[in-house]
Design a protein around this ligand. Sequence first.
Ligand code: SF4
Ligand code: SF4
Length: 399
Amino acid sequence: MDRRRFLGVGTGVTAGLAGFGLASGVSRADAPRIRRHVTLGNTGLRVSDISFGSSRSSDPRLVRHAAARGITCFDTAESYRGGRAEEAIGEALRGERDRYVITSKHKAWGGETRRQMMAALEGSLRRLRTDYVDIYFNHAVNDVRRLQNPEWAEFMERAIRDGKIRFRGMSGHGGALVECVDYALDHDLADVILVAHNFAQDASFYEKLRARLHYVALQPELGRAIERASSKGVGVIAMKTLMGARINDMRPYESGGATFSQAAFRWVLSNPHVDGLVVSMTSTADIDEYVAASGSGPIGAADMRLLARYAALQGPRYCRHACNACEESCPAGVEISEVLRTRMYDVDYRDPVLARADYAALGAGARACLACDGAPCLGACPNGIPISAFTRDAAIRLG
Ligand code: SF4
Ligand code: SF4
């Protein structure tokens, strides 16, 4: 039994693919397929519970494969692959635009004008070959000043009035994530939030494993912010669900038809305040593995065992999204969590293109670490991450 066939077993999926013109040569009666659709908060948008993330790919064939497997939501950004990710989605979904939910993003900075924001949106629409996006996110917000810029709210209002955007969004995965989500909710700036959320951030996950693991869960406020968004009718989409995504490290431990990534997805989707998730898809095998978790029910004991093993293996080197506990330790002002995120893209995702692009966007990055003895940040991470070793490594490999 080949791997792809194995991954489809146990899903109960026997129906043939619906009549997608996009299915190309990937249709097969026993192929895994999306089995659950969700509504994003009060938007009324219905999407597959697992959506296609394009930060690491720009191949229209992958987009078609995902559509053939029943994925109906495609997430992208102007910055992904220098715009080529948007182009791939535009090319693959051409002629069938209205069957899909397409989201894109722009990093609107604090001093940016609405004219600049509109120009960015129009660039995305051109690359996507469409005249509207369903959700437009202010991308990777980690500073409330980006949301406080009145131009952002006015731009969104204008773009909605012009029919270029259907709903407003905010995405984030940095240390100030909770503060930014709270600000967006307080000021009614988002219909949907896209936030880093995985088992490594959850206090209750570690509570259950206290006897075996000694890591500290650092983001008790993130769960509260997500619940608050959901209770206000704001759609919640999770990303960074794989805690560093070193999924191949887990292959020897997977058994019984479930994989680590499927367990991690079930953990996220078991949260009643999370509507769905987005995950980067880089191969047809990825897509088939991920889609097989759609609608597969709540997290089980075998899943928890896999997640616990992953946490034990990766915990001491995984910088938690939405954590900034070490922020004050660096006298040079190095954005430690941001630097470690870009290093994760290179080391764990094995995606140097994404890593270099995001590292360059940090400005000085970790340059100061190369001339520092590391004493100030020594022991500043409650999870035991050797901060100076990792930041110096980031400066060398990405600087
Ligand atoms: S290095 Fe440790 S303390 Fe600093 S942001 Fe990452 S997980 Fe949090
Ligand atoms: S090594 Fe020095 S410069 Fe780098 S984060 Fe630590 S304290 Fe800051």
